[in-house]
Design a protein around this ligand. Sequence first.
Ligand code: ZN
Ligand code: ZN
Length: 318
Amino acid sequence: MAVHKIVLFYGFAPLADPRAVQLWQRALAERWDLRGRVIVAEHGINATLEGTVENLKQYVKTTRTYPGFENIDVKWSDGSGADFPRLSVKVRPELVAFGAPEALQMGTDGVQGGGARLSPQELNDLVARRGDDVVMFDGRNAFEAEIGRFRDAVVPDVATTRDFVDVLDSGAYDELKDRPVVTYCTGGVRCEVLSKLMVDRGFSEVYQLDGGIVRYGEAFGDDGLWDGSLYVFDDRRHVEFGPATVPLGRCAACQAVTALYENCGDPSCSTLTLCCEDCAATHREGRCDACITERPGGTVRETRGREQRVEGALHATV
Ligand SMILES: [Zn+2]
Ligand SMILES: [Zn+2]
C-alpha cells in the first residue's frame, strides 16, 4: 500500500505574476494527485499538501525549480491519505493575513529585518543561558495554544492573525521590549511576519523559531520545552511529538481531557471550542456565547459533516 505523507513549507520570493504561479501549482498538484492548500502571493508561496511519498517528492522537486523556491525548507509528516477533503490553490494579497503587506521588504533570501532565526537546539541553548528572562511568544491564534504551547509562553488573545497588529499597537506587551522574545508558530511562516512587526515596534531582541513547532517537535519530541499537542488545520486536527505527551486541553463543557475542537453550531460563526467526544453532539446543537450575545436571532446549521468542520478550521487560520 502506498505510504502517504504531508508536506508543509513556505518560501518567500518576489513573484511578478502570482496568478501564473497559481495555475502552475494547481497543475502540478493535480498531476501528482495531491490534496491540501496552497496560497500564492506577491511575496511567495505557503503550502500544506498530502499525497503519496513518490508523488510528493516529484512535486517538491519541480516546485524547487522555480527561481526563488530553490531552497524552500520542506517539513514532512505522516498522513492517512484522507486528511484533506480537496485541493485548494489560491492567490491572496498576503501569504499570511496580518493585514500589513507593506511591512514586508523582500530580499533575495526572503523577508528582511525580521527576528534572528533560532534552530531548535539554539532555542534550548538560549533558554539554558538566559533562563526565565526569555519570553516565548505564541504567534498563532489563541485557541491553538489551548492544547499545546511552549512552557510559560505568552499567548496573545487573538482570534485571527489580523489581530496581532492591534494587540502590539495597544502596548499590551511593551514591557517585553527589553527582553529576549522568541516568536513561534506551526511551521514558521507566521513568525516571518510577526517578528518583523515586533522589530518595527521597538522590541529590541527578537528571535523566531526556525521551522516552527513542527521542527522543534521533530528534534526534541516530548523532552524539550514544548508541552501538549500541536493543532493542525486538516483532518488530523492535532499531532503529538511522542508517546509521553501530557495533554493540556480540557473540554469546555465537562473538563474532560481532549485535543479536539468543534465549530460553533451557527453556520456564520467560525469560533472553535475545545470539546470532548461525549459532549460534541450537544455542542453542535448550540451556539457559542459570542453568537448568543451578538446575534440573538441566529440559527444552528442543520447538518454538519467533516467538510464543514474543516472549512471552519481553515477559516480560522486567516
Ligand atoms: Zn465534555
Ligand atoms: Zn458562535
